[in-house]
Write a protein that binds this ligand. Structure first.
Ligand code: C2O
Ligand code: CU
Length: 427
């Protein structure tokens, strides 16, 4: 077992330089030997990628593409992914963003493993226990490596689909060099299908900035956020939504009888998915903005009806001239949140400015309790990454149920590398 302080100083290396020697923070949990095994080979390499707009990008890829392969497994599968590094000097890792894995499989260079150097390999192993839309990215100098292209989508399909959609599409948005792409394309995706068919669209924001999204030509539902189902999601129309960096939104819509439905980014031209045949819908200028505070309905399964807490933490996210901070300190100086297994934790998160701060906690799913003192009135919302805007305060509930050493940081990875990162450690 390594000590928290070591982890912090090691972790700081992944922000600035390649990691030095690290002991894994936790043994791999006994694998469920009954579970079907899904194996994948992933090779990280430098690749000159030619985009559909004619530009060539010096990218870093998994298996020759960025995003890397879409990995789809079924709930309960035992997932084994062997990562190889061909020629990325600083080494690479794979972090399974949002997937609750044992700490040793979390892929954080300098904390849970050493970065995988050229010619080396590392096999990740975990049970995909939670269905939903996730993604993966390198967590060695992640602000550089994710931006260079070392990322992809990871989808866990439910064992028993409640209502399977006729089509299930995943779209990962990222910035490659100076181009914004969805599944690697600057000109968007085109999906055909029968009018009336239901389509599930799994969106991932793999860029560093907030994306404002619109759905045109069909009413839609937001059925999941960060892989977690919304309870009884209502029908939305003329409603945009904002995705913080690192977040996922799953949409459900029907292919219209005439023309197409379009899911598009209003932030970046060309980032769109056109579904169906025929004319594109007219672009609406006065859409309202989606708010999860009163979306869906309360659920009986909600574990935190009347929350009580064993520990509370206050985190103020801020930006000085060149430094990004939590409680006025930057990474090396920020004391970890230290918890015990089984504790119920409340985190109060305040954005004190400097931009949007989409805050991500590794290894855990948290329930959003309130924003600016207002409790959620609709569905409980469970996230692994929460978009915070200037002057907003969120209260989050986390059950400490996954022992280890975990990072918690802004998923504007530039902010994270400039100090807005800390640890959540178990005693
Ligand atoms: Cu998606 Cu610590 O990252
Ligand atoms: Cu930030």
């Amino acid at each position: 077992h390594m000590h928290a302080m070591d982890a912090m100083s090691h972790a700081s290396h992944q922000m600035e330089a390649s990691a030095t020697s690290v002991t894994p923070c936790d043994a791999i949990r006994a694998a469920d030997t009954q579970a079907p095994v899904r194996t994948f080979e992933m090779t990280a390499a430098q690749t000159a990628l030619k985009l559909d707009n004619g530009k060539t990008v010096e990218a870093w890829t998994f298996n020759g593409s960025s995003p890397g392969p879409e990995l789809r497994v079924t709930e309960g599968d035992r997932v084994m992914v062997t990562l190889h590094n061909k020629d990325i000097e600083e080494g690479v890792t794979i972090h399974w963003h949002g997937v609750v894995v044992p700490c040793s499989q979390d892929g954080v260079a300098g904390v849970t493993q050493n970065a995988v150097l050229p010619g080396e390999e590392f096999t990740y192993e975990f049970i995909a226990s939670q269905p939903g839309t996730y993604w993966y990215h390198s967590h060695q100098m992640s602000s550089i490596q994710a931006e260079k292209g070392l990322l992809g989508q990871f989808i866990v399909e439910p064992k028993q689909a409640k209502a399977a959609a006729a089509q299930d599409i995943a779209g990962l948005m990222q910035k490659l060099d100076s181009s914004f792409v969805i599944n690697g394309r600057t000109k968007g995706l085109e999906v055909s299908g029968k009018p009336g068919d239901t389509v599930r669209v799994r969106l991932t924001n793999g860029a560093n900035d907030t994306m404002e999204m619109a759905v045109e030509g069909a009413p839609y539902r937001i059925i999941a956020m960060d892989g977690n189902d919304i309870h009884e999601p209502g029908l939305l129309d003329h409603t945009n939504f904002q995705m913080g960096a690192g977040q996922r939104y799953d949409l459900l819509l029907k292919i219209p009888e005439q023309g197409t439905a379009v899911v598009r980014s209003l932030t970046e031209e060309g980032l769109k998915i056109t579904i169906g045949e025929g004319a594109e819908p007219v672009h609406s200028a006065n859409n309202i903005l989606f708010d999860f505070l009163d979306y869906g309905t309360a659920s009986e399964d909600d574990p935190v009806d009347q929350p009580t807490f064993d520990q509370t933490f206050d985190l103020r996210l801020g930006q000085n001239l060149f430094v990004n901070t939590i409680n006025g300190k930057s990474f090396h100086e920020i004391p970890p949140m230290t918890v015990k297994e089984g504790e119920r934790i409340k985190i109060t998160l305040t954005n004190e400015g400097g931009g949007d701060h989409p805050f991500h906690i590794h290894g855990h799913t948290f329930r959003v309790l309130s924003r600016n003192g207002e409790a959620l009135r609709g569905s409980p919302v469970f996230l692994d990454t929460i978009l915070t805007k200037k002057d907003e305060t969120y209260e989050l509930y986390v059950l400490a149920n996954n022992p280890g050493l975990w990072m918690a940081h802004c998923h504007n990875l530039m902010h994270a590398s400039m100090g807005m990162s800390m640890m959540l450690n178990y005693e």
